[in-house]
Design a protein around this ligand. Structure first.
Ligand code: AMP
Length: 474
């Protein structure tokens, strides 16, 4: 294991690292830090959660220490390092980490992102900062307002570059990069090296050292994985029952589409669960609020899409639900990697419906484990009794049901009041179509019956009630 002490970091940085409690370098750190210290460009394939932020910030701060000074004059603190990220949450997260690493130095850092008043950001920038973390759009606003001057930038980090391109930030990036001195070190991090990313790298990086950290495709042994055969119309009910039976205090609930995410969150909220949605159509402010509420424990279920959840540094979630089987098996690994961290036990529950067999087989191949399909044995749920027939499992579309449900959930101690009814959300859960070439999604299935033979390896298992009686999963 590589130790940070081999790096000969300045005592101020070494002290901050020691305080973080890091014992050894992660693979991306062991590979990238020496390269950045040597001043070379880097093209890194690594995702958030791999220790990537320290991998670029520590060597960058170390190299900038020569500019460290205690002058109060803003002119003595020009922007020397620029870190660009696609979203406000990620920018905020990275800026917070950089502040921690730099806390014993005199280097200043700040973050600017959209959806917020520009004034406080302007004030910070005017005081002078060496490290500027930013989202591209807002940075351009500051460049235009002349509050961000980038002609002394020595380091640029394009973090989550693939996602910046997905969001359509390429023109903004090109403009920003055109303001920077040619003589600089450029670091690009991306989850994948798609042709677009390679093009970006060939235009803006000079002889980069390529560093790839393998995507983990092993699931932690501390995560108890369960796959339930559930018809699409029963998924919500199954979710509620599993949350209650397992006394799950908080969970991520993954769905495959933004629309599905909004609808599911809304309907769970109406069921009396404290829920928030995290998807690409939410404003930055809404997303940050949802995240904060989840981190504070005020939200029980964070319903999210893969893209929205990617990169969020939320640890120790007791459970993860895959309300939809992900289209990519790798996403399954990433999703359930949110639980069972650092030796804690975690629970990962996946709902499998009729036409998910190919997706489940893909997961089976990736995780190299037999997947045994379990059946959910539903318990009678008051106030559900009246609404047991037909497509709408929880009396959706019936305002009386909402009232009844809400009062039931109030008496259940969740302290919720009835949410106003928005007709959009009254439609049953429905995800949008997958990308071309992807297998047909589960919700297109007309059958609610459990799939009988998912793969040769998938066997129907004990009834879920029996499973929980035996005291597992933890
Ligand atoms: P990142 O991928 O940079 O978002 O980092 C993910 C998390 O890993 C952050 O909470 C870091 O504080 C933590 N981390 C970074 N480097 C290390 C390390 N060497 N050892 C333990 N944790 C680390």
């Amino acid at each position: 294991m590589s130790s940070f002490s081999n790096l000969q970091l300045a005592p101020t940085l070494a002290r901050a690292v020691a305080e973080m409690g890091y014992e050894s370098m992660t693979p991306i750190q062991a590979q990238a830090i020496p390269v950045v210290l040597a001043g070379q460009d880097v093209m890194g394939a690594a995702q958030t959660g791999t220790g990537k932020t320290a991998a670029f910030s520590l060597p960058l701060l170390q190299r900038m220490l020569r500019h460290e000074n205690s002058s109060t004059s803003p002119a003595r603190h020009p922007v020397r390092a620029l870190v660009l990220l696609p979203t406000r949450e990620l920018a905020d997260q990275v800026a917070q980490q950089i502040k921690l690493y730099a806390k014993y130095t005199q280097l200043r850092s700040t973050v600017v992102f959209g959806g917020m008043d520009m004034k406080p950001q302007t004030l910070e920038l005017k005081k002078g900062v060496e490290v500027l973390v930013a989202t591209p759009g807002r940075l351009l606003d500051h460049i235009e307002a002349k509050t961000a001057v980038l002609n002394q930038v020595e380091y640029v980090v394009l973090d989550e570059a693939d996602r910046m391109l997905d969001i359509g930030f390429l023109p903004d990036l090109q403009r920003i990069l055109s303001y920077l001195p040619k003589q600089r070190t450029t670091l690009l991090f991306s989850a994948t090296f798609s042709p677009e990313i390679k093009r970006l790298a060939s235009s803006y990086l000079q002889n980069p050292v390529t560093i790839e950290v393998a995507r983990p495709n092993e699931t932690a042994s501390t995560v108890s994985q369960h796959f339930y055969s559930v018809g699409d119309d029963d998924k919500r009910r199954a979710l509620r029952q599993l949350v209650t039976r397992n006394s799950i205090k908080q969970a991520f609930v993954f769905v495959n589409s933004k629309l599905g995410c909004a609808r599911l969150a809304r309907s769970l909220e109406r069921d009396g669960l404290k829920t928030a949605a995290l998807h690409g159509d939410k404003s930055q402010d809404e997303r940050l609020k949802a995240l904060d509420a989840f981190k504070r424990g005020e939200v029980e279920l964070l319903v999210c899409t893969d893209v929205a959840a990617r990169g969020l540094d939320i640890k120790d979630v007791p459970a993860v639900f895959n309300f939809d089987v992900p289209f990519n098996a790798e996403d399954y690994v990433h999703r359930i990697g949110r639980t069972g961290r650092a030796g804690a036990s975690g629970l990962a529950i996946t709902f499998v419906s009729g036409s998910d067999q190919r997706l489940v087989s893909d997961i089976e191949k990736l995780i190299k484990k037999k997947i045994e399909l379990e059946a959910v044995e539903f318990e009678e749920e008051r106030p559900r009794g009246r609404f047991n027939s037909g497509r709408r499992a929880w009396g959706e579309d019936d305002p009386r049901d909402v009232t009844e449900l809400s009062s039931a959930s109030r008496s259940g101690g969740r302290g919720r009041t009835a949410a106003p009814v928005d007709p959009f959300f009254d439609k049953p859960y429905e995800a949008s179509a997958p990308a071309e070439g992807a297998p047909a999604p589960a919700w297109e299935s007309t059958s609610n019956k459990p799939s009988r033979s998912l793969s040769t390896n998938i066997k129907t298992k004990r009834k879920v009630a029996a499973l929980f009686k035996s005291g597992e999963p933890a």
